[in-house]
Ligand binder design. Structure first.
Ligand code: GLU
Length: 557
């Protein structure tokens, strides 16, 4: 009984800093319901053991807990619901190539990928690049690289600008059927007529005349002088739905379609492609509801069967910039250093921070496809990510905003102290922590925050080394004396445990754009770019650059 209580008290202390008798009791009874029979004995033991555990240092808790096994909590993995009528599915992920992918895109990418895998279906990556003004030629390969990293497996790549002739053909078809017309009215004229629910003169042209005007769009009309409108109805409650534009002229050169000037608008291109590619389900955000309705007009005119449209709620992502156009502008203006700037919600930036794609996928699956709006949970993402990185992250001391600590009387102070690289995994080896010793002084640095808290006379423990009594504090330098060696003594005196280092210059880039500078322990010089480490009492970080300084990107606590 004692052992079971001890185990859960340790676990509780590890997870929450202190063991709470109630929480421990719950866990104990969950594993051993039969203990209820001896409840008196259980409660008195519980009291004793919890006190004992709460007197341990965090390191001791970590060390003690190693010998115990925990049955993994069966976390109810939130599964996505089945798709309606899904036997053979064809799905697509259809980004605009205006930049690399960001967290907002991940929802459509991951959900479609999950479903394509679940039903052994087909996933098409379709670049929607029929607006030359919004095409970044670099984006195509960036998007593919992001998808590969995310583990999204697509089976075909379609680039809309390579299929402009398809849209021309179907536009001609609609003009012939009398379901569309070439409109040459100015926007002002149109707006006035539109809000009055009135038709413009172009609406009544015969198809001969329309087809002729359509040909002129390819060589005669200039940008803005003529568009093709779909005949919907002029009395639709939403004015944007009334005879909306499906083709237009853009004289801005397209990086992948030189010499072209007539382009389909988004809704027309999407309807044509979703039909031609045999899409069975279209998963998209509620912000596309009006678009879906516009696209349905096109399906109806051609008597095409419709895919199942599924609209999920909006996903709010707080804290990071997610608008591709604002990101691009910020980069151009020098506000952001590039797509990898940690203030941006791009996958490149998340990757650089040490966020794992599996964690993103799990957090996105939790968001799900419900139609209610939802906030993306960073907490969730970080918890998943921590599960993935904690096991392999070596521990290091990092001292932000460093202040010198001089320890007098080096009698008994060693130059080197040995500590485990990981509290639970011996196999990750050991690390050497070093003081700079000269004469009868040992020097190291502690963080500005720890320094500020110190008062003359305090005893602190330099983690993994010894205890120091502070004699004096002035101008950002603390003087101390070796007080004692044992951790027990530090605990008895309630000495704070403090990390210390002096060897390696370290810069940590934070997600808010800040850079935190300080010193790290010697072993940091041996880390490789891409390693995720844990700076004790600071947080996980991914090594981004070697050298002087070592540059790391902050992952999370
Ligand atoms: N290119 C569109 C987007 O990224 C595709 C959305 C859709 O048609 O579902 O928003």
């Amino acid at each position: 009984m004692r052992k079971v209580i001890y185990k859960y008290a340790l676990k509780n202390a590890l997870d929450y800093g202190r063991a709470e008798p109630k929480a421990v009791l719950g866990k104990v009874l969950q594993e051993k319901p039969e203990f209820k029979k001896n409840i008196k004995e259980l409660l008195s033991l519980l009291d004793e053991v919890v006190k004992e555990v709460n007197a341990l240092s965090p390191e001791e808790v970590r060390r003690e807990i190693q010998g115990f096994e925990f049955v993994a909590k069966k976390k109810e993995k939130k599964a996505l619901p089945d798709l309606p009528g899904a036997e053979k599915v064809v799905l697509r992920f259809a980004p605009n190539p205006s930049g690399p992918l960001h967290l907002g895109h991940c929802r459509a990418a991951v959900l479609n990928d999950e479903y394509a895998k679940r039903y052994s279906g087909k996933l098409i990556l379709r670049f929607e690049d029929t607006d030359p003004a919004r095409v970044d030629p670099e984006a195509y390969s960036m998007v593919e690289e992001d998808l590969r990293w995310l583990g999204v497996e697509y089976h075909e790549v379609v680039i809309q600008s390579e299929h402009l002739d398809n849209y021309y053909r179907y536009a001609r078809e609609l003009l012939k059927m009398g379901k569309a017309y070439v409109c040459t009215c100015s926007p002002e004229e149109l707006r006035a007529l539109r809000s009055a629910g009135k038709a413009c003169g172009c609406r009544d042209k015969g198809s001969e005349e329309n087809l002729e005007d359509y040909s002129r769009m390819f060589n005669e009309f200039r940008e803005g002088e003529a568009v093709v409108r779909l005949k919907t109805s002029l009395t639709l409650p939403d004015p944007t739905m009334r005879d909306f534009v499906i083709m237009r002229i853009s004289e801005k050169p397209h990086p992948r379609a030189p010499g072209r000037r007539v382009y389909p608008l988004y809704n027309f291109a999407v309807a044509v492609d979703d039909h031609l590619m045999g899409m069975t389900h279209v998963l998209r955000g509620k912000d596309h509801l009006i678009n879906t309705r516009k696209q349905e007009f096109i399906y109806d005119y051609f008597f095409w069967p419709k895919p199942k449209f599924i609209h999920y709620g909006l996903m709010k992502v707080e804290g990071l910039e997610l608008s591709t156009s604002l990101m691009a502008r910020g980069i151009k203006e020098g506000k952001y250093r590039g797509w990898e700037d940690l203030r941006l919600g791009t996958l490149i930036a998340l990757r650089r921070r040490g966020i794992r794609p599996e964690a993103i996928r799990r957090a996105i699956i939790d968001v799900g496809i419900k139609s209610t709006d939802i906030s993306f949970s960073w907490k969730n993402l970080y918890a998943y990510n921590k599960e993935l990185i904690d096991r392999d992250a070596k521990r290091f001391f990092f001292v932000p905003d460093p202040r010198l600590l001089i320890i007098k009387d080096t009698g008994g102070i060693k130059e080197k102290y040995i500590a485990p690289s990981h509290p639970e995994r011996q196999e990750l080896g050991k690390r050497e922590l070093k003081f700079e010793i000269s004469g009868d002084e040992a020097r190291t640095y502690i963080s500005g925050m720890d320094y500020k808290r110190l008062k003359k006379g305090d005893v602190i423990r330099l983690m993994e080394a010894f205890n120091v009594q502070i004699m004096e504090k002035s101008d950002g330098t603390a003087m101390g004396m070796l007080h004692s060696h044992s951790l027990q003594e530090a605990r008895r005196l309630r000495a704070p445990l403090i990390q210390w280092a002096s060897q390696v210059n370290v810069e940590v880039e934070m997600p808010d754009g800040d850079t935190i500078r300080g010193y790290g322990e010697a072993g940091l010089a041996e880390t490789e770019v891409g390693d995720v480490v844990q700076f004790e009492r600071f947080g996980f970080s991914r090594i981004d650059k070697k050298g002087d300084p070592v540059v790391a990107c902050y992952t999370h606590r």
